[in-house]
Write a protein of this length. Structure first.
Length: 227
């Protein structure tokens, strides 16, 4: 169950503290003053030398992966992977139950061809519990990602103040300009994949049982729509 306290906790974790903002800006100003990242730009024509350099277009994001950006991205990847591992460890009993029941569902529906809706509904309840646990964990992981992107935004804002080339960017670059932006791995949006990933012996049964469950849910929805 997701309570208001847990939601507020996620919001707090997603907020960047003053110390973290200061550290990101300090690193950005230092890197910018040192000309990091290195951006090769063509020399202006001789007749324009000595004049105020014209604005430049934002460089390609792949040219702007600095050590700080890599540090932030690596930290997020490590943190979210630890969260995933901890989730699987906490829900080990539930995962074992789902996998064992998957074998029973497949045996009942595919081998014996004797559907048992009540048993399948019970199986669906356990699968739903797993998906809810992943959803809750994903909200915490997303807070980690959001905080990392705030750090990157502070960093790049400071880089632009002191970098000899990036200081020539338009005063307001595109709103989505955030080189090295961090995003959650797509597997966080597919919690059923984790039911299969760590148990090769049950992979086929679990996958098939999930298909049977999804088919029944679809048939139920279609039936209600028809009525």
């Amino acid at each position: 169950m997701i309570t208001s306290d847990s939601v507020n906790g996620v919001v707090r974790r997603g907020r960047l503290g003053r110390t973290a903002r200061f550290a990101a800006r300090w690193r950005g100003k230092r890197d910018g003053a040192r000309g990091v990242p290195r951006i090769p730009l063509p020399e202006p024509p001789e007749e324009q030398r000595g004049e105020i350099p014209p604005p430049i277009e934002p460089p390609a994001p792949e040219l702007l992966i600095t050590p700080y950006v890599m540090e932030v991205r690596t930290g997020v990847r490590r943190a979210t992977e630890q969260m995933r591992s901890a989730l699987i460890g906490r829900e080990h009993a539930l995962l074992s139950r789902v996998r064992a029941e998957s074998v029973r569902v497949v045996t009942q529906y595919d081998v014996r061809e004797d559907p048992r809706p009540a048993a399948l509904a019970r199986y669906g309840h356990w699968v739903g519990q797993w998906r809810t646990s992943v959803d809750r964990c994903r909200s915490h992981a997303q807070a980690v990602v959001d905080q990392a992107n705030q750090r990157l935004a502070c960093y790049w804002d400071a880089v632009r103040e002191t970098h000899p080339q990036l200081s020539r960017l338009p005063r307001r670059p595109p709103g989505d300009w955030l080189p090295g932006r961090v995003e959650l791995d797509r597997s966080w949006q597919q919690p059923d994949v984790w039911l299969l990933a760590d148990d090769d012996s049950a992979r086929t049964a679990t996958s098939r049982a999930l298909q049977i469950l999804e088919r029944q849910n679809t048939d139920r929805v279609d039936g209600r729509t028809a009525r």
